[in-house]
Each structure stands twice: as structure tokens, then as C-alpha cells.
Ligand binder design. Structure first.
Ligand SMILES: [Zn+2]
Length: 269
């Protein structure tokens, strides 16, 4: 499995903020494939009005909301994050991107919804896509953009109660599995495994895209879960017979992100 990374991901400046370039500097030392810009795909899920709002916020270096910062280079970084995710979905890779996407267009450190764009693009080509979101936060943006969309199913595990406060119940094609702070591997897999197995069997997707947030890992400064690589690799084990692709969401301990990403890439070989 290839790592997909572009140095411009480090140029999305956020100031003193948990979502900063330190999270991904380690990728400069890895063998990575560079994506192209995915600007042409933004309109698959985002309105022109929203795209222009983000573009202008970046030009003026103003924040999109209270915790979603932008800088001059952020629009370009975000377009390359979309391009990296689309490339990962085409070639079976791990897109190591910034800014993350699963809260977009609802802020939460995210500018464009990388995963929703890649999944809708595949669905528009007649493919069935299952999205698994193991970030510690609910992907309210992804749910909003894919709910009711034929060819897509979304499963999210997330800490509750917690930001953004959504994802308490399942809706249509979006299965939400809220879990309490302190959830460990055993409790996590006990809830997720049967739901994931059933979706794989009954929905039978050709593609599985993982919104891979490592803020669900033990030791994360924001998240309250106690997961280890074991949970992530167990999900990989269940989905490995499909066309799998991954995109980085949250995860605010750079060492955790590096360790977990490397274990997943190693798993797929
Ligand atoms: Zn998160």
C-alpha cells in the first residue's frame, strides 16, 4: 500500500492549534507518491457558494469558524488533500493529508470533505462504497453529504457525549455507534465488528474507504478513547478483500499517527 503525500499539506498554517503541520512532518522522510490537485472534484459535494467562501477566507487568512483556521496556502493544501484522497481511492493507498475533511462543511478543522468527495465520485461511477470512520469524533459533515446517497453506506464510531454532538442515532444509510470515553479495544471491537461484518455481507461494497482519525488512540491529547493499533488492524483484517483506501482525519499525537499509519501500510504490504 502506497503512502500519498504532498509537501503542500505542511503549508496549511493554523498557528497554535492541535491540527498543525507537526502531525505530518515525519512523512517527509518516507517514500511517498505525490497527488495532483483535486480542485475539479470539489463541486461533487460542495456548493459553489461554500467553495468561494473557503477560497476567500484563505485569501484573507480568516478562520471559517471558531476553531477552523486558514492561511494563504490553505486553499491549495485542501485541494491537494482532495486530490490525494481521490488518488488513494483509485490506487488503494493511504492519503496522508492536511487539512482533514470529515466535519466539512461544518468547520471542525476541516475545509473540504475529502472522503465524501472520493466516495461520491466512485458512487457516481456505479460503484458501491462503504465508509468506515474510526475518528474519535462523529463525521457530521460526511453524514450530511452522503445521507440517502445510493451506493454509499457510512459507519461511524465516535466518543459520546463529545464534539460535534451529532451521531447519536443511525439515519438511513448512516450507522452511528456512539461509545463512552475510556472505550478500549475489546469494547470497541465488540460493538463495531458485528455491524461491519453485516454491512460487508449485505451491502457487499466493492470499495471500503476509511476515515482514519487517530484521535481515537490511547494517549491522544483531544480524544478520550483507549484504542491501540489492534483495533485498526482488526478492521483492516475484515475489509482486506475489498478495494481499501484510507484518508487521515484527526489524530493529534504525531508519534501515534506515524506509528498507526506505518502499521496499516505494513499490514497491507
Ligand atoms: Zn477527530
Amino acid at each position: 500500500m502506497q503512502l500519498i503525500f504532498h509537501p503542500c499539506y505542511l503549508e496549511h498554517e493554523t498557528g497554535v492549534h492541535p491540527e498543525n503541520a507537526e502531525r505530518l512532518k515525519w512523512a517527509l522522510n518516507e517514500e511517498c507518491v505525490k497527488p495532483e490537485s483535486g480542485e475539479e472534484f470539489l463541486g461533487l459535494v460542495h456548493s459553489q457558494e461554500y467553495i468561494e467562501r473557503v477560497r476567500q477566507a484563505c485569501e484573507r487568512e480568516v478562520s471559517l469558524d471558531i476553531d477552523t483556521m486558514t492561511s494563504q496556502k490553505s486553499f491549495e493544501s485542501a485541494c491537494f488533500a482532495v486530490g490525494g484522497t481521490v488518488k488513494a481511492s483509485e490506487e488503494g493507498g493511504f492519503a496522508l493529508v492536511r487539512p482533514p475533511g470529515h466535519h466539512a462543511p461544518r468547520g471542525g478543522f476541516c475545509l473540504f470533505n475529502n472522503m465524501a468527495i472520493a466516495a461520491v465520485r466512485l458512487a457516481n461511477m456505479g460503484k458501491k462504497v462503504l465508509i468506515v470512520d474510526w475518528d474519535v469524533h462523529h463525521g457530521n459533515g460526511t453524514q450530511e453529504l452522503v445521507v440517502g446517497k445510493p451506493g454509499i453506506q457510512y459507519i461511524s464510531t465516535h466518543q459520546s457525549p463529545f464534539y460535534p454532538g451529532t451521531g447519536l442515532e443511525s439515519v438511513a444509510n448512516c450507522t452511528n455507534l456512539p461509545l463512552s470515553a475510556g472505550t478500549n479495544d475489546e469494547e470497541y471491537l465488540r460493538v463495531l465488528e458485528p455491524v461491519l461484518e453485516r454491512a460487508l455481507k449485505e451491502f457487499d461494497p466493492e470499495y471500503v474507504g476509511v476515515s482514519a482519525g487517530f484521535d481515537s488512540m490511547r494517549g491522544d491529547p483531544l480524544g478520550g478513547f483507549e484504542l491501540t493499533e489492534h483495533s485498526y488492524l482488526q478492521v483492516c483484517e475484515l475489509i482486506k478483500s475489498r478495494n481499501c483506501f484510507f484518508v487521515l482525519e484527526g489524530g493529534y499525537s504525531p508519534l501515534n499517527v506515524e506509528r498507526a499509519v506505518k502499521s496499516i501500510v505494513e499490514f497491507f504490504g
